[in-house]
Write a protein that binds this ligand. Structure first.
Ligand SMILES: NC(=O)c1ccc[n+]([C@@H]2O[C@H](COP(=O)([O-])OP(=O)(O)OC[C@H]3O[C@@H](n4cnc5c(N)ncnc54)[C@H](OP(=O)(O)O)[C@@H]3O)[C@@H](O)[C@H]2O)c1
Length: 340
């Protein structure tokens, strides 16, 4: 059994009121990021201060960083981003708790969801701070929030994936995709996965029953039929998604084509809705949300070996710019972990 408590020497400058954090003050690419000394946050009522041992990047961070699609700026800040930090998932050690927090204490190893997690410390709502499952490492647990949650909610809740059904994971090699392949297998489905040639071996090793290299073969040309399509790449038109579905099948639309800086995937979602308006096949767009019980489910599956987080590389805080550049390429494999 792994013991998850911080030792006295493992803690960073407990008396300091500042910390190192990845920050930005304007929208832009990786070049707007800098590692700076900033004030360390203080936990308020219902919040927990965590010493971050690992965080991970998601495509979401790229959208928040660049402020694209532009309509997101209505929420995140019109001229400049309201939030200066990046990263929304973490694993670490509880440093302090605010009032009205039960269930976690200083020294506990935890994982969960917060804002600005690519930093030495982060505050998070206690609801999204969970005790680390036995045997799970910080780097692994730092990948659960967005990527694994999206795969779980998309396949189980929106796709209603059942044992023995056939599922297509379009976009199987990234953060969400590597989780989706494994979760679909854990739910008992037959998995056909699509990725580029350089990632075929990795996706096969995750348990996919068939892997198709999209740079050589268009899966929609093969005459295959699926009960569920988890479209995590946005590379197939709604008419082709429909053609690949069995009667009664569901296309789970996670994203759209990577063009259109103003409204992003919205036009793809609208066209999909229109395409699936009549008949027994369905096209459902989804927006994943952080839920404590889903974070727990992922933690249980990783602890019992049902699924294994795939980490492409671990970067230091100073190397975050390099990691974000890879993320922005749209071909970042598996998960990229940042270790402050
Ligand atoms: N709706 C939601 O709630 C929600 C939640 C999370 C993420 N998302 C979206 O889901 C997508 C994936 O997110 P992520 O964090 O997993 O991103 P990621 O880690 O950056 O992964 C992107 C992956 O897409 C693959 N890819 C690129 N073009 C492809 C194509 N034409 N066909 C198949 N695969 C292709 C790449 O693999 P190759 O190198 O093999 O091409 C890459 O590994 C993003 O668009 C993100 O915005 C939506």
């Amino acid at each position: 059994m792994t013991s998850h408590t911080a030792d006295a020497t493992g803690s960073r400058q407990a008396e300091s009121h500042t910390m190192q954090a990845v920050t930005r003050s304007r929208y832009g690419g990786a070049e707007v990021l800098e590692v700076r000394e900033v004030d360390r946050p203080t936990p308020e009522e219902g919040q927990v201060l965590i010493e971050v041992r690992a965080a991970s990047l998601n495509a979401l961070d790229w959208h928040l960083l660049t402020g694209t699609p532009y309509f997101l700026r209505l929420i995140n800040g019109l001229r400049a981003p309201k939030r200066t930090g990046i990263g929304v998932d973490f694993a670490g050690i509880v440093e302090a708790v605010g009032s009205d927090v039960e269930g976690v204490r200083p020294g506990d190893a935890v994982y969960g969801a917060g804002n600005g997690t690519c930093a030495e410390y982060v505050v998070a709502k206690a609801e999204y701070v969970l005790p680390m499952p036995d045997g799970v490492g910080f780097e692994q647990a730092a990948t659960f929030n967005v990527a694994a949650i999206t795969a779980l909610q998309g396949l189980r809740d929106v796709g209603d994936l059942k044992v023995g059904q056939r599922v297509l994971i379009n976009g199987a090699a990234g953060g969400v995709g590597t989780y989706a392949v494994q979760i679909a297998k854990t739910l008992g489905a037959h998995v056909t996965a699509v990725c580029s040639g350089r990632n075929v071996d990795m996706v096969e090793a995750l348990g996919a029953d068939e892997v198709i290299d999209y740079t050589r073969t268009d899966v929609s040309s093969l005459g295959l039929r699926f009960d569920v399509i988890f479209d995590n790449a946005g590379s197939q038109r709604p008419s082709k998604l429909s053609r690949m579905l069995e009667a009664g099948g569901i296309a789970v639309i996670i994203t759209g084509p990577k063009k259109g800086k103003v409204i992003g995937p919205v036009s793809h979602i609208v066209r999909s809705k229109l395409r699936f308006m009549f008949g027994s096949k369905r096209g459902e767009a989804m927006n994943a949300e952080t839920r404590r019980e889903d974070l727990e489910q992922i933690g249980r599956w990783v602890a019992d070996g049902s699924i294994t987080p795939v980490i492409h590389r671990t970067y230091s805080l100073d190397e975050t710019v390099e990691a974000v550049r890879l993320l922005g390429s749209g071909h970042s494999p598996a998960k990229l972990v940042i270790k402050p």
